[in-house]
Every structure is written in C-alpha cells, then in structure tokens.
Design a protein around this ligand. Structure first.
Ligand SMILES: [Zn+2]
Ligand SMILES: [Zn+2]
Length: 432
C-alpha cells in the first residue's frame, strides 16, 4: 500500500520533508536543515565540524530515515546508512530549509531539481571557493551558502516531462516563490496522486504557474501545501505587496532621489535583482555590487559590475552620484565615510541583510543616522497569504490536504469535500 509521511515541517515554518513509499520504493520530496527543536544550538554554538549529521541525528534534529545517508556520516548513531537502490530525491527549491542535508546523502541516490536550482548551487559553490581562497571574503549573511558534507550531484529535471521511478511517476511543475526554479511536484502512485507545492505564493511574478500547477493537481488524492503565514496576522502576510508593486515603488524612489542610493537585497532573489538592474538602467543608474554578490551573480550568468572602493571609482561616484546605486554588504558600511552621501541619498532595505532588528542591522542604522541618510524598507514575502493558500486548496480540491511548513496547521480550513489532516511527524498515512 502506498503511504505518505512527513519528516520535517511538522508544526514548524520550514524544513518540509515528504516521503512517499510503495512496496519498498521511496520518493523523498525535499531534504532541508531542520529548525532545531531544542536550546542546544544557538549561534555561535553549532554541531561539530564534519560530524554535523551525526550530532543532529543524535539529538533529534535530522530525520531518522534509514538507507538514505552516507554510511560514514551516520556511523555511531545506530541509523543504517548507504543506498537501498530504491530511493530518489526531488527538490522544490534551493533554500537551505529544503536542500540543507543533501551533502550527507549517499552518492548512489539520485537527486533531481529544476535546472535553475542546479545553476544556483553552482553559483553558490563559486562563492564558497572564493571564500576559501580569501579570508576577507564575506559570506552573504543569512544565506547559509555552504552545505554541510559533500557538494551533492543534483540532476536537472525537465518541467512537465514525467520521470518513472519504480512504481512512481513524478512530474515537476514551476510554481512561484522568491527564488528561481521553485517547483511543485505531482507523484502518481497506484493508489492515487500526491501533489506537493513546496513554498508557494500568488503575489509573485508568476501567479499563472501556480494556477497551472493547481489545474494539473486537480482532484488529487493528497495535497501537501505550505502554510507559513497561517497564524501570523499582519498586513504584510494578509495582504502582501506584489513583486510588481515593489518594482514600481523602486522605480518611483529612483525617480525622486537625486543622490547616491545604497541597496540591500537577498542574493537568491534573482528575479528581483534582474528587475532592479533593468529599472536602474532605465533611470540612467548603474548598480555596483559588493564582490561577494558580484561573484555569485556572475557565476549565475548575470553581467554585473562590482564596487572595488578604488580611488578612481570613488572619485567617479563623487562626480556623478545620481548615476549609481551601491549594494552594501554589512561589513562595507563604514565605506560610506568615503561616499557622497547625505540627506539627498537613501538606503533601500529590500529584504536584504542585515535584518534591521539584528545587531549588525542596528550598526547599519547607526551609520545611516550619523550621516543623515534616510532608510526605506521595501519588500514582500516569499510565502502566500492565508487567503492565497486557501485559494490554492480550493483550486486543487484534493480529497485530503496536509498543511506543512507552518506553526498553525489547524488554521487551514478548506471547504468540503476536502478533508484537512494535521500531520504527525513520521506517521505513515495511506494514500487512498
Ligand atoms: Zn521553506
Ligand atoms: Zn523557500
């Protein structure tokens, strides 16, 4: 009998892991880092280097799934390692709570993802190499760029084209989230279909992809949907700005700002980066990127210019401050002493680092205050509003829906005949 079980994302916003099993064959959808459920690890306390999986399994912060991880990595835990030859992994997107444990997977287990996800991994590897070669190279904060274990070999999977694996047929569909390549999967079993959204929203650049996915999933026996925003009541989560609105506001800010603009973005939100580059260009400005960002974006295939803070470059910015935007890494903030800034300039915090409430964020604000630079926050969530999540369930109308990747699964309340089930960790539910 085919079953579905959940090994992450149960009662927590993140780390979804969905296991589908049938007659000894297994499909695992996503394998990210778990949010630690204990007080054992708060920065800078971390699992021991090279023994991270061992330590996580020992304290219950990684899924106890046999014949999945490298034998060496699980040695001493009591968990059986190595490949069973009947397991395949499919990844929805490149965020660490969805891919973070891939570096520990046995090399014989195939891993599939969107081509964009593979490309992002390659670009991140380029950052890792630059970081190892240059101790001053700053890892892009909060984007945990280096995976533990070995760099996994992820295979690019075509959209739409079904892949047969044992008794399963797996189809990947593009959806919308704040990273390119975000995908949902439909897994067909002999007992019925399981649709899994990954992280998803309707206020991004591609709502039509989500509608198409829902259409393909219509009437599935099982829908597994993320519910990050359920239970978080705020204007941001209930009526999130669309990416198109963010672009328009960015354009308006550029139109009305005469001085130099400083900018903070998230590196993996590449579609927003591409949009901002174009908008800046149309307003006669060029974005200069910190070397960490430039390394990443170039490795992804974007043609970008970096800021070196050389004397000539700084002179040029002084002569024409209205022609530039400077993306600021937190460690570079003191460079504003050399830049032409003041009340006519602006710092745009577009979901980037550092978070303003964090200690480095407070440093950034203190620098901006000292130099009388205004601060503007501009951003939107990668996760659909509670209404959007309910809308997607309504479109799919599955027999059963499991809310995952949420701390408030009970707030998913679909209309009949869809039955909501709050999943229990590691419990096997029959697909019927
Ligand atoms: Zn997530
Ligand atoms: Zn995500």
């Amino acid at each position: 009998m085919a079953t579905v079980s959940f090994w992450g994302g149960v009662g927590v916003s993140g780390s979804s892991k969905v296991l589908i099993e049938d007659r000894g064959w297994r499909i695992l959808l996503d394998l990210g880092l778990d949010h630690p459920q204990t007080e054992l690890y708060h920065h800078p306390v971390r699992p021991r280097y090279g023994k991270e999986l061992h330590d996580r399994l020992t304290v219950g912060d990684a899924p106890w799934i046999p014949r999945l991880f490298q034998s060496d990595a699980v040695m001493g835990t009591g968990l059986e390692g190595g490949s069973d030859g009947k397991t395949a992994i499919f990844i929805t997107h490149s965020h660490v709570d969805h891919i973070g444990l891939l570096g520990w997977v046995d090399s014989l287990i195939p891993i599939y993802a969107a081509p964009e996800t593979v490309k992002i991994r390659r670009a991140i590897t380029a950052i890792g190499q630059a970081w190892q070669a240059d101790p001053h190279f700053e890892l892009i904060l909060s984007e945990k760029v280096m995976l533990e274990g070995q760099e996994p070999q992820i295979m690019a999977m075509n959209e739409g084209g079904p892949l047969q694996f044992g008794p399963f047929r797996i189809i990947r569909y593009l959806v919308d989230h704040d990273v390119p390549g975000a995908s949902g999967y439909i897994v067909e079993t002999d007992q019925g279909r399981v649709a899994y959204t990954g992280d998803i929203r309707l206020h991004g650049r591609h709502p039509e992809r989500v509608k198409d996915f829902a259409k393909m999933a219509k009437g599935a026996e099982v829908l597994v949907i993320e519910g990050t925003t359920l239970g978080t009541r705020s204007r941001d989560t209930e009526q999130p700005a669309t990416e198109a609105q963010i672009d328009r506001t960015f354009d308006t800010i550029l139109e009305h700002t005469s001085g130099l603009i400083l900018l903070s973005l998230r590196p993996r939100n590449i579609e927003r980066i591409e949009a901002f580059i174009q908008i800046a260009q149309s307003r006669g400005r060029k974005i200069l990127w910190s070397k960490e960002f430039a390394t990443f974006l170039r490795a992804y295939g974007l043609d970008v210019q970096s800021i070196q803070y050389s004397r000539e470059q700084i002179q040029d910015i002084h002569m024409r401050p209205c022609k530039y935007l400077v993306q600021m890494a937190p460690k570079d903030i003191p460079w504003i002493m050399d830049l032409p800034i003041g009340p006519e300039s602006l710092f745009i915090q577009a979901d980037g680092d550092p978070k303003l409430s964090s200690p480095p964020g407070r440093s950034v604000q203190a620098w901006l205050e000292r130099y009388h630079v205004g601060l503007r926050t501009l951003g939107t969530r990668g996760h659909g509003s509670p209404d959007a999540i309910h809308q997607i369930v309504e479109w799919v109308q599955p027999k059963v829906v499991y809310p995952l990747h949420t701390h408030a699964p009970e707030l998913l309340q679909p209309n009949p005949p869809t039955m909501p089930i709050i999943p229990e960790y590691a419990r096997r539910y029959p697909i019927v």
